[in-house]
Ligand binder design. Structure first.
Ligand SMILES: [Zn+2]
Length: 342
């Protein structure tokens, strides 16, 4: 599944423009599943001068300072225009170690916003999306696709509650009470709290969510974080780590992280990871990759990003096989021991 950011697409080129150009799948030529986050995380991390109230969030664009308002309803319209398969509710984010009062207030508001998202989501399903203003296209260009009915999409709720077990349980109870969801996301983790706190919260959430519902742990992570998440009942993950680390010259390997810029790789003719089938490892050796980084060539950044994404996909495939064979506990302990020893 490919994740796109509603905040970025809303500001540039605009959600209506993405839809006018055929929707996210046609626009990006990706026929696999796609997800958009609500943009809430980017508003909290990138936008300037944001004001949060019961109605929604007012903020200034990080690009040109223009003023915008996100409400649960407007975010649903934006995400339905963009057209990903899975779309996320707008929620209120807080710092990782917020006190119980702040965490409770944001969790309860996120539940109220979820209900407003669901009402608007259903309205769009019934009434279709708002009309798109006609776009001027050059003579001879392919016709733009204008659709009338909203595409099939699933709305996912997000569990909040900071690092407070009671709030996490209350959040899940409120979510299960307010709809029949095809998946449940867990948000507000991996935002500055300790790993022990993250794991403790996953252990609180795991038994509260029905076994039949996929659990999506947002913003996580690194290879060992994925394995620790799967051990605690998580199914889906997303993170910038594989591509961001790759651009920075860091490759994931079964023996931990490898920094390709190190001089020890200068005459190393081995691939990053023996047996890896990614476009990087199938063709290039460490000496050449190190040279690309030393020369600041774009190709090196792309190859390491491709390797890291492939590494995580392969890792999850191996985890699924181990789960199906009933050997996951032993397999994952062994995997983590080797990764952490590296
Ligand atoms: Zn590779």
């Amino acid at each position: 599944m490919v994740l796109a950011n509603a905040y970025h697409l809303y500001l540039r080129p605009g959600d209506m423009m993405v839809r006018a150009l055929g929707g996210l799948h046609a626009f990006t030529r990706w026929n696999g599943p796609m997800l958009t986050d609500s943009g809430g995380f980017q508003v909290f991390s990138l936008a300037r001068l944001r004001t949060v109230g019961e109605e929604g969030i007012e903020f200034r664009s990080h690009i040109d300072g223009s003023l915008h308002q996100y409400t649960p309803e407007s975010v649903m319209r934006i995400e339905r225009n963009i057209g990903a398969d899975v779309i996320m509710q707008l929620d209120e984010l807080i710092q990782g170690q917020s006190d119980v009062a702040a965490a409770r207030s944001a969790m309860e508001r996120s539940l109220r916003w979820l209900r407003r998202c669901a009402v608007e989501f259903d309205r769009i399903s019934e009434e279709g999306r708002e009309p798109i203003p006609p776009l001027a296209t050059p003579v001879g260009a392919p016709a733009l696709m204008y659709d009338i009915v909203a595409p099939a999409q699933a709305l996912l709720p997000i569990v909040q509650g900071g690092t407070h077990a009671d709030l996490r349980r209350a959040s899940i109870a409120g979510i299960l009470d307010s709809g029949d969801w095809i998946g449940v996301a867990i948000g507000g983790l991996s935002v500055g709290e300790t790993k022990a706190d993250t794991y403790a919260m996953l252990e609180v959430c795991d038994p509260e969510i029905p076994r039949t519902v996929p659990r999506y742990l947002m913003g996580v992570g690194f290879p060992d974080d994925l394995i620790e998440g799967v051990r605690r009942g998580m199914d889906l993950f997303d993170c910038v780590a594989p591509t961001r680390m790759g651009r920075d010259g860091t490759a994931f390997t079964p023996d931990g992280k490898l920094q390709i810029r190190q001089s020890s790789h200068r005459t190393d003719l081995r691939p990053l990871v023996e047996g890896c089938g990614c476009p990087c490892c199938a063709q290039y050796d460490r000496a050449y990759l190190r040279h690309l980084f030393a020369s600041d060539e774009m190709l090196g950044k792309r190859l390491l990003a491709l390797h890291n994404v492939t590494f995580l996909i392969d890792l999850m495939r191996d985890a699924r096989v181990a789960l199906q064979k009933g050997t996951f506990d032993a397999w994952s302990s062994q995997w983590l021991a080797r990764y952490r020893a590296g």
